[in-house]
Ligand binder design. Structure first.
Ligand SMILES: Nc1ncnc2c1ncn2[C@@H]1O[C@H](COP(=O)(O)OP(=O)(O)OP(=O)(O)O)[C@@H](O)[C@H]1O
Ligand SMILES: [Mg+2]
Length: 496
């Protein structure tokens, strides 16, 4: 007698089982081919097969094709209106996912399935069990449901996300910011502290409830706003509802300041250092205007380019005698948005650098609560090629942040253009549609367990479906992202 119940018995015990096909040809332990006998079966569907020794095993249809006997000549006859007898079979390649043993560990069957075994569409409970999905409502972020499986909710473990970093990658317009908004709503609900670097000003809409739709009901989501838990800061003091974000000039080195200006370092570093040193001897705090005053008193025409650049910096209003206090920006259980809309790129880099350095230092000394730093358009702040002012500190946070409870969430439309080391430190990976071959390669290199079929699927993902892996999700899963509770701030602009 076999070690598991017969198929007849198992079918009797699982009356809902639906046949998908039959195993044929050469059978491996990690993949096999089957004929498809049901018109309902699609690529990406989960299937289950009874193994005579190991019991039910889960697999996923990785590729599917229709094989026919229609030759070119016969096709021509068909064009001319003749009757042609066409024989066809639908064939699929199934990648074996495995089964859970008595200890609950995921195992592969070490003996191939019997050829001729019946392949069934997998049942929700069995998928949940093998994939190891738990409804971790208390510590998890509800991001959506398993694609095509209405009853399987997907939660991402928030502790793992904050400790081990997250990446959200996709081509432009594929839904990165929408999804990051979903993540932020979940953090807000669980009183997790976060700072968002928001180059386009898309996140203040987390304050405003979304308009309710049928999809909200389908996903069990109720629109709401988080106005009381959102703080907005910006270097641009004219931005509505934003508090001013300023940095203490006295804490900058002359070299850092020169790097912000398109000036020849050799020519201007020494006079700038002299001016700043002079100011430091007489006072603890000073601003850009004070430096300009000292330089003007030199009465030297060669200094005018430096003075002109400093005037520009002064106008930017990013430096002050006393900068914004970091403990003003970081508040336990709240999300602070650093709105950089309309701010020049070099100033943006400086803001990210100063802020990240302060967060890292204060987290090390436990002066601020554990938090997640969300960086939109991350390829600009930690590029693979060249350096941004913020590159070094973001790399440090990626490699050391986990020791201090400072998590990174990296978002980018150009995965190939972000520092590879930073990307590879992100343990939870969320990928939406990507088509650029370089970006696909970068993703293929940084995501484990991606099958050839899944990499192809990424190129065709519909808006709102993501491939999620890592963290508490032990294998790549396609997830239909839940609708937003709050208004999405990054709606595409209609031209007509
Ligand atoms: N899960 C979703 N459900 C419904 N609509 C979505 C979803 N995701 C994205 N959209 C829609 O798609 C559009 C683009 O989304 P989003 O702004 O998130 O793209 P993006 O990847 O951040 O683009 P960019 O690279 O330009 O910043 C938006 O208008 C949004 O409403
Ligand atoms: Mg976006």
């Amino acid at each position: 007698m076999s070690e598991v119940d017969s198929i007849e018995k198992q079918e009797q015990d699982n009356p809902g089982l639906k046949k998908a096909g039959v195993i044929y040809g050469d059978v491996g332990t990690t993949e096999f081919t089957c004929t498809i006998t049901s018109a309902k079966v699609e690529q990406g569907d989960y299937v289950q097969v009874l193994h005579e020794k190991f019991g039910w095993v889960l697999g996923r249809i990785d590729e599917i094709k229709r094989k026919t006997n229609l030759t070119v000549d016969k096709a021509k006859e068909l064009m001319n209106g003749s009757d042609v007898d066409i024989q066809e079979t639908i064939l699929a390649k199934v990648v074996v996912i495995g089964y859970r043993d008595e200890k609950g560990l995921l195992q592969y069957p070490r003996i191939p399935f019997n050829v001729g075994s019946i392949v069934y569409l997998a049942q929700d409970e069995f998928i949940r069990k093998v994939i190891g999905l738990k409804d971790i409502e208390k510590s998890g972020a509800y991001i959506g449901r398993l694609f095509k499986h209405k009853n399987i909710r997907i939660y991402l473990d928030i502790n793992i996300m904050v400790q081990k970093h997250v990446s959200v990658l996709a081509k432009t317009g594929a839904g990165k910011s929408y999804l990051t908004g979903v993540l932020m709503e979940e953090l807000l609900k669980k009183d997790v502290t976060a700072i968002i670097i928001d180059p386009h000003g898309e996140y203040p809409s987390l304050k405003i409830p979304a308009k309710k739709t049928k999809i909200h009901d389908e996903f069990g989501v109720t629109p709401r706003g988080y106005a009381s838990k959102i703080k907005i800061f910006s270097p641009d003091t004219e931005l509505n509802e934003a508090k001013p974000l300023k940095f203490t000039l006295a804490s900058m080195t002359p070299r850092e300041l020169i790097n912000l200006m398109s000036l020849d370092t050799r020519q201007f570093l020494i006079p700038l250092r002299k001016a700043m040193d002079l100011l430091r001897t007489s006072r603890q705090f000073f601003d850009v205007k004070d430096i300009i005053r000292v330089l003007e008193s030199e009465d030297s025409p060669t200094l005018s380019p430096l003075i002109a650049q400093l005037e520009y910096l002064s106008e930017m209003g990013i430096f002050a005698r006393k900068g914004t206090r970091i403990d003003d920006i970081v508040t336990k259980g709240k999300v602070s948005i650093i709105n950089l809309r309309g701010v020049a790129p070099d100033i943006q880099e400086l803001v990210v650098q100063r802020l990240s350095m302060a967060l890292f230092e204060l987290r090390k000394r436990n002066k601020i609560p554990p938090l997640m730093l969300v960086v939109e358009e991350a390829h600009n702040y930690v590029p693979q090629q060249g350096m941004a002012a913020s590159s070094k500190i973001l790399r440090t946070i990626a490699s050391e942040g986990r020791k201090f409870g400072l998590g990174l969430c990296i978002i980018s439309q150009r995965p190939a253009k972000i520092d590879k080391n930073v990307l590879s430190q992100c343990n939870t990976q969320i990928i939406l549609r990507v088509t650029n071959p370089n970006d696909l390669r970068a993703i293929g290199n940084s995501v484990e367990n991606l099958t050839k079929g899944s990499l192809e699927d990424i190129q065709r993902l519909p808006i709102g479906v993501a491939l999620v892996t890592g963290g508490n999700i032990s294998m790549p899963l396609f997830v239909e992202i839940r609708p937003r509770e709050t208004k999405h701030g990054g709606e595409s602009v209609k031209v007509i």
